[in-house]
Design a protein around this ligand. Structure first.
Ligand code: NG6
Ligand code: CA
Length: 523
C-alpha cells in the first residue's frame, strides 16, 4: 500500500532538513548492521558526459558530485539505452529495451502508464526484499490507465503505487509539459479545489491565453522553438492546461521541492533499508534555477542549473552523513541521455558556452545516434564495499542495473522480467574493469547502434542528417553502415566500415540477433 506523507512547501525545506525524525544514532546503528544497503539511483536530465567537473568541465563547479566520484568509481564508458528520456527511463526501470515496444517514445504529460502494472520493475524488486521504495522527481512514463482519460482532480486510476513504489512525489512528464503540478502518491499535491485541472494535448481551452495568442505573457522565458501552448509561471509549455491554482509549480522552486521530499523520505525511513529513484528536473528545459544559483557559473541558466543539480546531490549526501547512513548506502548517479544546448527556449545556452563541451569529447548530442546522445556520466559510491578514488573504463549500460541490483540483493527475478538486463555486479563494484561485450543504443529516430570497447557501429537509415524540427543536432543517420574506431582520438569522425567489413558484419549481426529476440523473455 502506498504510504501517505505530508505535502511539503519549498519554504519548509530548511525546517525539514534541520529536524531529524529519528535520532541519527539509531539510524546509523540499524544501517551499519543491515546486510541490505540503502540504494539511491540519481538520474539527472540531459546532463552530458562533459558537464561535470570530475568529467573535465572547467566552466562550472560541481563539488558535491566530484566528492561522490572521489568516494567511489567514476565510469568513463557508460551508456543510457536511449537518447531521450522516456525510452531511457523505461529501460532502466524494467530491464527491457524500450525499442522492443512501439509506444515508448517521449511521452506527453497525459500519456497513460507505459510500464504496465503486470511488469516487474526495479521498485518491485526492492520491495520483494523488504525495502521501502520511492520515486521522487521527473517521471515521464505516463500515469493512469488510459492516455488523455485522466481526471487530475481525483486519485489517478493507476499510478506508481502499482509499479512497486511505496512513496512517490513526481512530475508527470517534464517541466516543459503540462500538467505543471506535482503528483504525490497518485494525487495532485497541494490540490486547489477552487481551480480544477484540465489537460489537453489536442486543443486550447477557450479563454485561456496561450503562447501564440499572448506571447507577452511568457515573461520568464521565451521559446526558441515549440513551447508556445499553455503558459504557466510566465513560461510557455507543450500541451494545454487549465486551472491548478496554488498547486502549480514555480520552476525556480522545483529543485528545492523535490530535494526536500527526498531528504524527508530518507529521514522517515532511515531505520529500514530503502530504495530511492531520485530523478532531477535539472538540467532539462525550461532551465530556470532558483535565484540563489543565478550567476554561479559563467554559462547562464544552463550552467546555473548544473550548479543547482550539484546542490541537490550535496543535500542528499549531507542528510546521509548526518544520519550515519553514508557508509552503507549505494549511490548510483547518472543521466537519462546526452546533453542538448538549445532545446526550445531562449536561455542563451549556446551563446554562453564559451568553449564548454557538454558532450565531452563525443560527437552529437541528445537525440543523436552518435555517442553524444547516450554516453553519460556514471558514478558509483558505496563506502562500505567499494574502494574510493577509482576510475573504470568498463563498458556498462543502464539496461543492466535491474539484474545487477537483483544479484546484489540475491533476489531471483520472476520468469520473463528484465529480459535484456544482465548481471554486471563486478563491474558496478569495480572488480571487473571490462564490463559488457557490447552495448545497444537507440537514437530518437529509432536508429540502433552497437558499441564495443573499440568500435561503434550505427545501422544504415534513411533519415535526414540533421534534426529538422528545432535543435541544431546531427542525427547520426546515414544510408550506409557507419563504423567508427573509438580508440582513436577523433571519435566518430572517420567512417571505416569499408576497411573493416568483418567487424561491420559482426556488429550488424548482433543487432539482428537482438531484434529477433522480439519480446521473448530471457528465461
Ligand atoms: C522535445 C521538446 C524538448 C524536450 C524533448 C524531450 C519541443 C520543440 N522540444 O520534443 O524541449 O522536451 O522533447 O526531452 O517540443 S526528454 O529529455 O524528456 O526526452
Ligand atoms: Ca532527458
Amino acid at each position: 500500500m502506498a504510504k501517505t506523507s505530508r505535502i511539503i512547501h519549498p519554504r519548509m525545506m530548511a525546517a525539514i532538513i534541520a529536524t531529524p525524525a529519528v535520532s541519527s544514532a539509531v539510524c546509523a546503528q540499524k544501517s551499519q548492521t543491515s546486510p541490505s544497503p540503502n540504494v539511491i539511483v540519481i538520474v539527472a536530465d540531459d546532463l552530458g558526459y562533459g558537464d561535470l567537473q570530475c568529467y573535465g568541465a572547467q566552466r562550472v563547479s560541481t563539488p558535491h558530485v566530484d566528492n561522490l566520484a572521489q568516494s567511489g568509481i567514476r565510469f568513463t564508458n557508460a551508456h543510457a539505452v536511449a537518447a531521450t528520456s522516456t525510452p531511457s527511463r523505461y529501460s532502466l526501470l524494467t530491464g527491457q529495451y524500450a525499442w522492443r515496444r512501439t509506444d515508448t517514445d517521449v511521452a506527453a504529460g497525459n500519456a497513460g502508464m507505459i510500464i504496465r502494472p503486470g511488469q516487474f520493475t526495479m521498485a518491485d524488486m526492492f520491495k520483494s526484499k523488504g525495502y521501502v521504495t520511492s520515486a521522487i522527481g521527473k517521471w515521464h512514463l505516463g500515469l493512469g490507465d488510459q492516455t488523455a482519460e485522466q481526471d487530475w482532480n481525483a486519485p489517478l486510476a493507476q499510478s506508481l503505487g502499482d509499479l512497486g513504489f511505496d512513496y512517490h512525489y513526481i512530475m508527470a512528464a517534464t517541466s516543459d509539459r503540462v500538467p505543471c503540478v506535482f503528483i504525490e502518491n497518485g494525487k495532485v499535491a497541494n490540490y486547489d479545489p477552487s481551480a480544477p485541472i484540465e489537460v489537453s494535448y489536442k486543443k486550447p481551452f477557450p479563454g485561456e491565453p496561450t503562447g501564440q495568442t499572448n506571447p507577452e505573457l511568457m515573461y520568464n522565458l521565451k521559446p526558441s522553438h515549440g513551447h508556445n501552448m499553455a503558459i504557466v509561471n510566465g513560461i510557455g509549455r507543450i500541451g494545454y492546461m487549465k486551472g491548478g491554482g496554488k498547486a502549480l509549480w514555480k520552476d525556480e522552486n522545483i529543485a528545492d521541492s523535490i530535494t526536500a521530499h527526498a531528504v524527508h523520505f530518507i529521514r522517515e525511513n532511515c531505520n529500514k533499508p530503502f530504495f530511492m529513484y531520485f530523478a532531477t528536473n535539472d538540467v532539462h528545459v525550461p532551465r530556470f534555477p532558483h535565484q540563489r544559483f543565478r550567476g554561479k557559473s559563467p554559462m547562464g541558466l544552463r550552467g546555473d542549473a548544473i550548479v543547482q543539480f550539484d546542490w541537490s546531490v550535496g543535500k542528499i549526501m549531507q542528510v546521509l552523513d548526518e544520519l550515519g547512513l553514508r557508509e552503507n548506502t549505494l549511490i548510483i548517479l547518472t543521466s537519462d541521455n546526452g546533453p542538448v544546448i538549445d532545446d526550445g527556449y531562449q536561455d542563451q545556452a549556446e551563446e554562453k558556452l564559451g568553449g564548454h563541451r557538454p558532450s565531452g569529447p563525443f560527437r552529437g548530442y541528445k537525440y543523436s545516434a552518435f555517442e553524444g546522445g547516450t554516453a553519460v556520466p556514471f558514478i558509483v559510491s558505496w563506502p562500505a564495499k567499494v574502494k574510493a578514488k577509482q576510475e573504470s573504463q568498463a563498458l556498462v549500460s543502464q539496461i543492466d542495473l535491474m539484474t545487477t541490483l537483483a544479484n546484489l540483493l540475491q533476489v531471483r527475478l520472476p520468469k520473463g522480467s528484465a529480459p535484456d538486463s544482465q548481471n554486471g555486479l563486478s563491474a558496478l563494484l569495480g572488480t571487473d574493469k571490462t564490463g559488457r561485450p557490447y552495448v545497444i543504443e537507440q537514437s530518437s529516430a529509432h536508429v540502433l547502434s552497437v558499441r564495443t570497447a573499440k568500435w561503434k557501429y550505427i545501422e544504415p537509415s534513411n533519415g535526414k542528417p540533421m534534426i529538422t524540427w528545432g535543435p541544431k543536432i546531427e542525427t547520426g543517420n546515414c544510408p550506409n553502415a557507419q563504423l567508427f574506431d573509438m580508440s582513436k582520438e577523433l571519435y566518430e569522425r572517420e567512417n571505416v566500415a569499408a576497411n573493416h567489413p568483418d567487424v561491420t558484419d559482426k556488429l550488424a549481426r548482433i543487432l539482428q540477433t537482438e531484434r529477433e529476440k522480439g519480446f521473448m523473455p530471457k528465461h
